[in-house]
Design a protein around this ligand. Sequence first.
Ligand SMILES: C[S@@+](CC[C@H](N)C(=O)[O-])C[C@H]1O[C@@H](n2cnc3c(N)ncnc32)[C@H](O)[C@@H]1O
Length: 291
Amino acid sequence: AGEQKETLGYYEGVADVYDDVAHLSFRIQYVDEVEARRGFVRLLGLQPHSRVLELACGTGRDSKIIAGELDATGQLYLQDISPAMLLQSRRKLSGVAVPVEFVVGNACFLPFPDRYFDAVFSFGGLGVFGDIAKSLKEVVRVSKVGAKVVAGDESMPPWLYETEYGKVLLNNNPLFKKAIPFEQIPVEAREVVVRWVVGGVYYLIEFVVGEGEPKADFDLEIPGKRGGTLRTRYYGGLEGVTPEAKQLAQRAREASGKSMHRWLDDVVREAAKRELNSPRGGDEKGDHDGE
Ligand SMILES: C[S@@+](CC[C@H](N)C(=O)[O-])C[C@H]1O[C@@H](n2cnc3c(N)ncnc32)[C@H](O)[C@@H]1O
């Protein structure tokens, strides 16, 4: 919370001059800022009627480009923790065709319903959000399934730390030392692309919002001696047996022509049924767990 207060105080203080210097981070890298930002926004694949959320929009340097992709049937929500920065974006966006809502708030707590947006964008704020994982979770919550998310911030590739390029830039902006938040990418992210942009010292994470974890066929029978499926291999672990019993089982399996998983499954199933049907079936007396 202290860090957030400090960030807020900083941006409240620089809001009036932010636009005088923001282009320099791009110019230093010999990159045209507007061209670069257009490229980021293009990744959202917007339609004129899209409902778009931009987090940490600042003074609206990307917001203006996003608004240009939308018409009166679209909706643009601009959010920032700093009222002073947001005020600048409001000035910049006066007269655009798309209806715009300005929202003061923390990117970790989004005041929007589930599955509301077609696209979510954020550039330059992630590293100071306080809890990136929480913010990206919120982004997924408020995004429709199939929505596009593009988010990026400073991060220099580690192999450049010891170069002159790296040392000089890091000396000027320690935020370049922040790591790309790979572990904070939500499990719902699909078709994930992570790239470095702006001279290679900023990253962009791009993904499509899916539902839950990715799916794989855990029940596909795997051919061969061991056999089984990914599910039986993971969930079907048995208590250990003696080396002699294991050897006997391997010989019996070979004779049966079955895979080890199939043979074991049949044998255990049969033995369990037999036991349960015997006069003392289900009687747990004498079943001492020595652990
Ligand atoms: C470097 S500026 C980037 C502004 C703009 N996106 C751009 O590219 O020019 C970072 C912005 O993040 C905002 N910010 C920082 N922490 C935030 C948070 N937790 N929630 C929302 N905005 C935040 C700041 O107020 C500031 O406007």
